[in-house]
Write a protein that binds this ligand. Structure first.
Ligand SMILES: Cc1cc2nc3c(=O)[nH]c(=O)nc-3n(C[C@H](O)[C@H](O)[C@H](O)COP(=O)(O)O)c2cc1C
Length: 217
């Protein structure tokens, strides 16, 4: 069983805090404020967002033992006609997609607007963001046409949207940016390190308890 989600507000550079920071809640306004955002170089700005807020809200759903059950990240990037705003939910392994949904965009209904199609959205569930041993570089992308599930790497591929390759490319760029080094990459690395530490402490604690039991016998 999980607790209700709670908001953590993080610096895009990888630190997080549970302090309430209004600018992070309203990160879209912050993106227009030079003191709350940074300009992205053309090479870095693969999602075509021009400015990146320095603070973003993230949401963690915790399991009863305090481990991460789901991590929900705000993501946005330019499609063909508009900036698409959504949330990407990851499982506790910080790699498997639990879901992707957009709450705002102006792509064409029936073409790019198919990013809202429930069947396409459900095709994301269970896909893997990172390839084994390559946590710095997101592998997940939308392809043209259908994914060949017999091919290696199919777990990192999403079926394309017919007649809407430009929007689909925007979705790929959005994922590559936000899960990469300029986006949530450093934050994910911190979370992984923290959960590895917690797991090793748990093992040590178990070992101590076993030792105690032996003493008592
Ligand atoms: C009126 C109009 C609206 C379009 N809207 C979209 C759109 O929202 N997203 C998109 O990727 N392509 C849209 N397209 C098509 C693109 O121009 C382009 O042909 C398409 O993205 C290529 O994808 P395909 O290779 O899968 O056919 C639109 C085209 C027209 C004429």
């Amino acid at each position: 069983m999980s607790k209700s989600p709670h908001a953590l507000l993080i610096f895009a550079l990888g630190q997080f805090t549970d302090e309430f920071i209004p600018e992070a809640e309203n990160f879209r306004r912050a993106a227009n404020d030079p003191s709350m955002s940074r300009s992205l170089s053309r090479a870095e700005d693969i999602a075509s967002i021009k400015r990146q807020p320095l603070l973003m809200p993230v949401y963690i759903v915790e399991a009863d033992d305090g481990s991460i059950q789901k991590l929900i990240l705000p993501v946005h990037g330019y499609g063909l006609w508009s900036t698409m705003f959504g949330f990407l939910a990851l499982e506790g392994d910080l790699n498997t997609v639990a879901g992707l949904g957009f709450y705002e965009h102006a792509e064409t209904p029936g073409l790019g607007g198919e990013i809202d199609n429930p069947s396409w959205r459900s095709s994301w569930i269970g896909k893997q963001i990172f390839a084994e041993g390559q946590k710095d570089n997101p592998a997940l992308r939308v392809v043209r046409g259908a994914v060949d599930t017999s091919e290696p790497g199919a777990q990192h591929r999403i079926d394309g949207l017919a007649g809407a390759t430009l929007t689909a490319n925007g979705v790929t760029n959005m994922i590559q940016f936000w899960l990469g080094e300029s986006g949530f990459g450093p934050f994910l690395a911190n979370l992984r390190a923290a959960s590895d530490l917690a797991a090793s402490e748990l093992v040590e604690q178990d070992a101590d308890e076993d030792a105690l039991e032996v003493d008592e016998v």
